[in-house]
Design a protein around this ligand. Structure first.
Ligand SMILES: [Ca+2]
Ligand SMILES: [Ca+2]
Length: 219
């Protein structure tokens, strides 16, 4: 298994609320067949900047120049539809979107991302549980264009190794974590109230009791 891809078996994990003055944890029950990735744990092309951001997981997020990619090598355990969520920070309407694509998979809804097919995710009113307005200048999880659109997904033809990539569309949009799940109903924005998710380690997967405060992960 690749170090950046961890599979959940429905265990309870904690995520840490870093945006508040006193950090607290909420339990997130991740569905089976869920993969979480750190945005800065992939192969970054020149033009990707790692940004220190206290609201981001491990204090780090990424910023991509337009057309520049980070590629994550992942192991998909099952063919089928994999729903995509990303945790992003959008300063304004000119900096609030990303393209995401995967090899050997069909993006839905698909659009051209400078010569290859991808889904586009961007901030729109209603996307965040933390604000009734358009979610600018906060970290939140998003999965679609307009809030009422269906969740974006990749139709994966067969299990095995795939390359998932994020591509800059509007520089200045920050990307922190990416989540793929076969559970269409799982909503990490509602489950975490916008916070980042502590990625369960391989150790945690074999010992659920280890999934407590400060769960350690491999790198
Ligand atoms: Ca991070
Ligand atoms: Ca959206």
């Amino acid at each position: 298994m690749f170090s950046s891809a961890k599979f959940s078996k429905g265990l309870f994990i904690l995520c840490f609320a870093m945006a508040t003055s006193a950090a607290f944890a909420v339990k997130v029950d991740l569905p089976e067949n869920t993969i979480i990735l750190e945005a800065d744990a992939g192969e970054m092309e020149k033009g990707v900047t790692i940004v220190n951001e206290k609201g981001a997981s491990e204090g780090k997020a990424t910023d991509h120049e337009r057309g520049i990619k980070t590629v994550h090598e992942i192991d998909i355990p099952k063919a089928g539809d994999w729903y995509l969520w990303i945790r992003i920070f959008c300063p304004d309407g000119g900096r609030d979107s990303y393209w995401l694509g995967m090899d050997k998979a069909t993006p839905n809804p698909a659009e051209d991302a400078l010569g290859e097919q991808a889904v586009r995710i961007y901030s729109a009113a209603g996307d965040s549980v933390n604000t009734p307005a358009q979610p600018f200048n906060i970290w939140f999880w998003d999965s679609n264009k307009s809030h009422t659109d269906p969740h974006s997904f990749f139709k994966v033809k067969s299990a095995g190794k795939h390359s998932l990539w994020s591509k800059g569309r509007e520089p200045g949009t920050l990307l922190d974590q990416l989540l793929l799940t076969m559970d269409e109903s799982f909503n990490p924005e509602e489950a975490t109230k916008g916070e980042w998710i502590e990625i369960p380690s391989a150790v945690d997967l074999t010992d659920k009791l280890a999934a407590t405060w400060g769960a350690i992960k491999y790198h």
